[in-house]
Design a protein around this ligand. Sequence first.
Ligand code: NAD
Length: 417
Amino acid sequence: ENPYVGLVSRLRAAWLSGRTRSLEYRMAQLEALGRFLEEKKQDILEATALDMRKATQLDSAFIRKDPYGVVLIIGPWNYPIYLLLVPLIGAIAAGNCVIIKPSELTKNSEKLMEEVLPQYLDKDCFAVVTAGVEETTRLLENKFDYIFFTGDSPSGGRIIMTAAAKHLTPVTLELGGKNPCYVSDTCDVQNVARRVAWGRFFNAGQTCIAPDYVLCSVEMQEKLMPALREAITEFYGSEPRNSPDFARIVGDEQFKRVQALLSSGRVAIGGQTDEKERYIAPTVLVDVKPSHPAMQEEIFGPILLIITVANMDEAIDFINSRERPLVIYAFSSDNKVVNQVLERTSSGGFCGNDTLMHVTLTSLPFGGIGSSGLGMCHGQFTFDTFTHHRGCLQRGTGLEPINTLRYPPYSTHKMGL
Ligand code: NAD
C-alpha cells in the first residue's frame, strides 16, 4: 500500500468540505503563517544557516514581459479558425514566432489557413503546418518554447504534455469534458429551456462549453420537457433537418460515435438521425444513469441528458464526484442557490442563469482546471499566457560598503542576532 494514501485522502476530504474557501479562513491561516515567521524567526535563521550557510535579503524589483520564443499552436475542428486566431493574436502581441497547426478534419479552413493567412504575415516568423496525427507527432518532437493546445480531453492533453515534458516546454491545454447544468425548482422554466437549448444545440452541440447534462428534480424534469420541446421548435422549426441554423456533425467517425450515445436512457425529444447527411436531430435523453455510455464521455453532439437528483446538495455531490468540468451552469431565480453551486464546486469557468455567454467577455479568463485543461486565454490573459514574466533586479554600482553585510564571513553581529 502506498504510504501517502491516507494523508492525501484526508486532505481531499477537507478540500471537499469547502472550509479552505472562506476569506476569514484564508486570512486566519495566513496570519498563523505570519506568526510562525515572526515567532520562530530565530529558529528559521539558525536552520537555514546550518543547512545552507546562507541568509537572504529582499530588494526592489521590476517585471519585464518577455515573449517565450518559438511557440506552437494546435487547433481543433469545432471552431477551426476562431480557436487558432484567439491564441495567435496573443502570441503575436506578446512578440513570439508562431507555428500554427490547424485540425486536419476541417479541410477548407485548413487550406485557407495554409494558403492565405501567410500572405498577410511575416513568413520568417509565422508558419502554418498542415498535419495529421503522424506528422503532428513528428512536429512535437521538436523543441518549442511554448505549446498552446486546444483539443480532446484527456487523451490529447496527455499526448501534448508528454511531448512537452521532454523539452520542459510550458503548455496551455484547452480541453473539454462534461459540463453540468443544475436547474433548481425555482426558476422561469421557459427561459431556462431556451437558454439551455441554445447552448446545447448551437453548432449541433460541437462546442466545448456546451451544457452536457442537466441535473434537476423529477418535478422540474416534467416541467422542462414541454418547455425544451417548445424552445427547439421555436429555434429550428418542426423539422430541424430543414433549418439553415442547425449544423451537421463534422465527420462520419464522429457521427457514429454520437449516434451510439442515443441508446443511453430513453429518447424524450428528437432522436432522428440520417447518416448520409451526418444529421442528428436536437435530442433530449431522460432516465440517464451515471453508468450509461453517454455519461462516460463528452457528448460533443446535439444530445442533452437529464439526470434527476433529489436536491441541490445531491447535484453538488454529483458534480464533485466527477472530473472538474470546463464550466458549470446553475439556474435559479434565487441567487443564493446559484452562489451555493458556485462556492461549493470547482470548474474552469462558471455561468449563472445562462449558457455560453461567459466566453464572450474578454475581461474574463477562459480555461479549464484538472482534466478540462490548464492555463487560460482571452484578452489580456492570452497575452500573459504567451509572455514570460521575467523578474529583474538592477542595481547601481556604488554603495559597496552596504553590501559587506551580506558577504561572508557571517558573524552573529552582522546577522543582527
Ligand atoms: P483532437 O484532440 O482530436 O484534435 C485537436 C488537434 O490535435 C488537431 O489539430 C489534431 O490534428 C491534433 N491531434 C489529434 N491527435 C493527436 C495526436 N495523437 N498527436 C498529436 N496531435 C494530435 O480534438 P478535436 O476532436 O479536434 O476537438 C474536440 C475537442 O476539443 C473536444 O474535447 C472539445 O471539448 C475540445 N475543445 C476545447 C476547447 C477549449 O477552449 N477548452 C475549445 C474547443 C474544443
